[in-house]
Design a protein around this ligand. Structure first.
Ligand SMILES: CC(C)(COP(=O)(O)OP(=O)(O)OC[C@H]1O[C@@H](n2cnc3c(N)ncnc32)[C@H](O)[C@@H]1OP(=O)(O)O)[C@@H](O)C(=O)NCCC(=O)NCCS
Length: 169
């Protein structure tokens, strides 16, 4: 999976394809502490991926060359949160390392994640996610791909969240 960025090429690969040192680099990447409150840490996302060995979980690392700069988890029910319907894929913890943000990589990474969801689970009908109402960069990425609210905002883990959805395929 490859998409060209103006300065570089961002590639998505399964976390399983990373070498131990590549996985260690991925875990060590940082977002700001404010962003950690919203989207968690790289280390927590990698540890969550390591904990679950199931075909209902796909962990993607985003690389420039061989160097990891981002991560995301895709889940299918029953691993997805209880509000996710059977035919859907849920997306969790999309992150681009702080030093690489603001260059369009988040937008490209999300496109690669959509492609991966389609390829990995061709029968899935939609992609869904929850995002905090104040998370403007993430909302810009998701809305930019046409994601729409599946209902009213709801009270989530740390405040109000949108539940967004997009048809796959
Ligand atoms: C969300 C995230 C992945 C975006 O990554 P990024 O590489 O900075 O994103 P991009 O450079 O592709 O920018 C995406 C959009 O956000 C917009 N944006 C960036 N910062 C913004 C801000 N502070 N306020 C409003 N919009 C902003 C950009 O203008 C761009 O919109 P456009 O494509 O319409 O111009 C990154 O901010 C991140 O890792 N955040 C922490 C983790 C997180 O919150 N994840 C989401 C969990 S649901």
């Amino acid at each position: 999976m490859k998409l060209t960025h103006t300065k570089s090429t961002l590639i998505a690969t399964s976390i399983a394809n990373l070498s131990p040192s590549g996985r260690a680099v991925l875990s060590s990447l940082k977002v700001s502490s404010d962003q950690e409150d919203l989207g968690g840490t790289f280390d927590a996302t990698v540890r969550e991926w390591e904990k679950v060995d199931a075909d209902t979980l796909l962990g993607l690392a985003f690389l420039i060359g061989d160097y990891p700069v981002g991560v995301v988890l895709l889940k299918r029910p029953p691993l997805s949160p209880s509000w996710v319907l059977d035919g859907a894929v849920s997306l969790h913890g999309l992150k681009i390392a702080e030093d690489y943000q603001g260059q369009g990589l988040g937008r490209i990474a999300f496109g690669l994640a959509l492609d991966a969801a389609d390829t990995h689970w061709p029968m899935a009908s939609k992609l869904v996610l929850a995002v905090d109402v104040g998370n403007e960069p993430a909302l810009a990425v998701y809305r930019g791909y046409g994601m729409q609210d599946s209902g009213p905002v709801f009270r989530g883990r740390i405040g109000f969240e949108h539940r967004l959805e997009l048809q796959l395929g």
